[in-house]
Design a protein around this ligand. Structure first.
Ligand code: DAH
Length: 335
């Protein structure tokens, strides 16, 4: 009997060694330990042994039974863990990409614009989006009957407060607090009651520039905007000034950059003019200086404004302003 037990034990171990599937292990369990299994039937035979032999063989067989079932459980566990390691090492599976944030195109272009003006000695200032009529219009020499004050152009909150229609009021706020010399830019959201289309949005962004010192001339304004144009759109960019009117500058001008697409030859983007209008500018009107108690004999200054969406549209070849505000990730992910 002893020899038989040994033989069974060896057979069991050699069989289990070559198994790699859990279902085959189950077959082995049934074969040896099942109700009609080899070991079970041997255990049944213990009862016919002599009283001396019974405990000896009973113990041997029971030990073997325990060993076998432990070994089977171990094998199952090890097959499972091998499987798990295999999954871990499956380099053919695509990785899980963490979603990282990205900057909005208007943020990107604003940063770029700011960098250029920082290089020219300007610093950034901010002002509130809800303005009083005084800062938005009056202090900027815009009289009560000016069409820009019409409720059709502006969003009024109370009879005196409105969402700012441009960044120019920041000029006044800065000059009230600081004495010249001043070189500042202010950027941010502006609001107008414009009907939405491909080039108009009731919410848009502007950059405002202001420089005040002794002996500031129109030549300084031209120089600053020319350097800006060349740094933003390339050295070949030309700049054009044409007379215009703004209540807070005198003389005033509108300025344009040579078309970045056709280099001034004329194309669809510049509507065959060769020029892209960028914004308004001029020498600060002495009436404005008077509002902030600057000495108009001593100081002169220039100011300019530009639409950030307009610049982003030119730079990134975007044809519809609405794209900036729709939050469509397919668009935003491209920047
Ligand atoms: N604030 C003007 C607008 O929104 C733009 C502008 C024109 C700003 C001339 C200026 C300027 O600083 O000098 O239409």
């Amino acid at each position: 009997m002893k020899a038989k037990i040994k033989e069974i034990e060896e057979k069991f171990h050699s069989e289990i060694k070559n198994i790699s599937l859990p279902e085959h292990l189950e077959e082995i369990r049934v074969k040896y330990l099942g109700r009609k299994g080899i070991l079970t039937s041997l255990l049944k035979q213990v009862s016919i042994l002599s009283n001396d032999e019974k405990p000896v063989f009973g113990k041997l067989l029971n030990n073997l039974k325990t060993n076998m079932s432990t070994r089977i459980s171990e094998e199952i566990a090890s097959i499972k863990s091998v499987k798990r390691t295999e999954v871990k090492l499956d380099i053919s599976l695509p990785g899980i990409k963490p979603l990282i944030g990205f900057k909005h195109p208007l943020t990107l272009i604003t940063q770029e614009i700011k960098e250029i003006f920082f290089g020219l000695g300007f610093e950034t200032v901010t002002g509130p989006e809800i303005e009083t009529e005084y800062y938005n219009f009056e202090a900027l020499n815009t009289p009560e009957d000016h069409p820009a004050r019409d409720e059709h152009d502006s969003f009024y909150i109370t009879s005196k407060d409105l969402l700012r229609t441009h960044t120019s009021p920041v000029q006044i706020r800065v000059m009230e607090k600081q004495k010249p010399p001043l070189r500042v830019i202010a950027h941010g959201r502006c609001f107008r009651r414009d009907a939405t289309d491909a080039t108009h949005s009731p919410i848009f962004h502007q950059v405002e520039g202001l420089a005040v010192d002794t002996n500031i001339t129109f030549g300084d304004l031209k120089g600053v905007l020319e350097v800006f144009a060349k740094q933003l759109f390339g050295r070949q960019t030309k700049i054009r000034f044409r007379p215009d009117f703004f209540p807070f500058t005198e003389p005033s001008a509108e300025y344009a950059f040579s078309c970045v697409n056709c280099k001034g030859k004329g194309c669809r983007i510049c509507k065959n003019t060769g020029w892209l209008e960028i914004g308004g500018a001029g020498m600060v009107d002495p009436e404005v200086f008077k509002m902030v108690h600057y000495d108009t004999e001593k100081y002169s200054g220039f100011a300019f404004g530009m639409g950030i969406e307009r610049i982003a549209m030119i730079k990134y070849h975007i044809h519809d302003i609405r794209m900036f505000f729709e939050n469509d990730l397919r668009f935003l992910r491209q920047f």
